[in-house]
Design a protein around this ligand. Structure first.
Ligand SMILES: [Zn+2]
Length: 76
């Protein structure tokens, strides 16, 4: 059963069958599981995938901003 993963570093999608293999071919980063089913992924257009990627990017950015804020509050 293939699962769809995305790289948090270079935002490439990858299909992975076993979890230990979930590493990015491009940058070696550990991939994150997408909330997309394999069947949905193969039916997505390039545009849909780009849209998903953009959403993911802004979520990651938001997450890092929150994390930075939390760390700053802790140490200042
Ligand atoms: Zn990558």
């Amino acid at each position: 059963m293939l699962k769809i993963y995305i790289c948090p570093q270079c935002y490439n999608f990858r299909m992975v069958s076993k979890k230990p293999d979930a590493i990015c071919f491009h940058c070696g980063e550990i991939l994150e599981k997408c909330d997309i089913e394999y069947n949905a992924y193969i039916n997505m257009t390039e545009e849909d995938r780009n849209k998903y990627r953009e959403n993911y990017k802004s979520r990651i950015k938001l997450y890092h901003e929150k994390l930075d804020n939390m760390l700053q509050k802790k140490f200042i």
